[in-house]
Design a protein around this ligand. Structure first.
Ligand code: DOR
Ligand code: ZN
Length: 345
């Protein structure tokens, strides 16, 4: 019997971590196998807070990618003492695609992130004026809140204020992880969301068992309840223009994972598009995969839709447990498990 093949417009990844140096060397092939265009997150050890740092990082990525067409789009990492003139010039000159808000200490390399969001309203004003996008890690941290409540309280206490203050600002709520978040996106103007594969595949029971954490399923925002997973699947698979592909694939070395305080991040690049295809098929919505992976994102970012097409074949294969080279080792999401779709190279 002939195997099923689908063809879609070449996807983009609107949220990925490529890191730098040796880790970039190790993971780059997975993005270049699928994407020509990615939003590459600026949370390096020295975060990308100036246009000079962004230029240097873009140069490193382009130089290393085995794909001449690869176009890394970098948002400026917002801090309370950003040089606003450099920021605005960077936006105007196309060095920054927009800006990324990491609330302080919410995730990997967010210690330079924002403590008092009111203080960066001048940067939001610049974004709004220049019709550029604000990308948000939407979590609020406080002693009274568990990690499962962080997204809801960020929306109620911060995002609602931002939206009211800047009604024309285009916002992407990154890696939406709750029904509350996806409902909020549907109910408000000028806001869209990226959805990761993991938030549509695992729940908090896959992360925490009694008091034991599975570090390889641990990311921020953490996976939530069944109800949230179902709602995110529904949003992604609906084809609604407010939702698009952002893997949040975030490589960490195995020694930083198998540790008393594992770093958050799930490395899904080796099979992320295949996982999305599987989810859309399970939801009987394969016909909407292309809108989610390749159309809704560029439309929201006012960028051209790719011309090239790629194919996926329905064929069983087993994902390798690890990505490793030169003594560096990263655990792959879905490592050792069977997948049903494969990108045709
Ligand atoms: O789990 C995560 N890991 N969430 C983020 O927001 C950042 C990422 C990383 O950089 O490792
Ligand atoms: Zn991320």
């Amino acid at each position: 019997m002939n195997k099923k093949i689908i063809e879609i417009i070449q996807p983009d990844d609107w949220h990925i971590h490529l890191r730098e140096g040796k880790i970039l060397d190790l993971v780059k092939k997975y993005s270049s196998r699928i994407n020509n265009r990615c939003i590459v997150m600026p949370n390096l050890r020295t975060p990308i807070t100036t246009s000079a740092l962004a230029k240097k990082y873009i140069h490193e990525i382009k130089f290393k990618m085995n794909n001449e067409l690869f176009d890394p789009l970098i948002p400026c990492y917002l801090t309370e003492n950003l040089n606003l003139e450099d920021f605005e010039n960077g936006l105007k000159n196309g060095i920054f695609i927009g800006a990324k808000l990491y609330p302080n200490n919410t995730t990997t390399n967010s210690k330079y992130g924002v403590k008092n969001i009111d203080k960066i309203y001048p940067a939001f004003e610049i974004l709004e004026k220049n019709n550029k996008h604000l990308l948000i890690h939407g979590e609020k941290i406080s002693k009274e809140l568990t990690i499962f409540d962080r997204e809801k309280y960020f929306i109620d206490d911060e995002l609602t204020k931002i939206i009211n203050h800047f009604p024309h600002l285009k916002i992407v709520l990154e890696h939406v992880s709750t029904k509350y978040g996806s409902d909020f996106i549907l109910e408000n103007n000028n806001i869209a969301g990226t959805i990761t594969p993991q938030h549509m595949l695992i729940t908090k029971e896959d992360v925490f068992y009694k008091d034991i954490i599975n570090p390889h399923n641990y990311c921020m925002p953490v996976a939530k309840n069944e109800e949230d997973l179902i709602s995110l699947r529904k949003s992604a698979c609906s084809g609604n223009k407010k939702f698009f592909l952002g893997t949040d694939s975030a490589p960490h070395l195995i020694e930083d994972k198998n540790n008393v305080s594992p770093k958050p991040g799930i490395f899904s690049s080796p099979c992320s598009l295949e996982l999305y295809a599987e989810i859309f098929e399970q939801e009987k919505s394969l016909y909407n995969l292309e809108a989610f992976s390749s159309i809704n994102g560029p439309n929201f970012y006012n960028l051209p839709i790719n011309k090239k097409k790629i194919k996926l074949i329905k064929e069983k294969w087993i994902q390798d447990e690890y990505t490793e080279e030169n003594g560096l080792k990263i655990k792959n999401f879905f490592g050792g498990k069977e997948l049903n779709w494969k990108v045709l190279q």
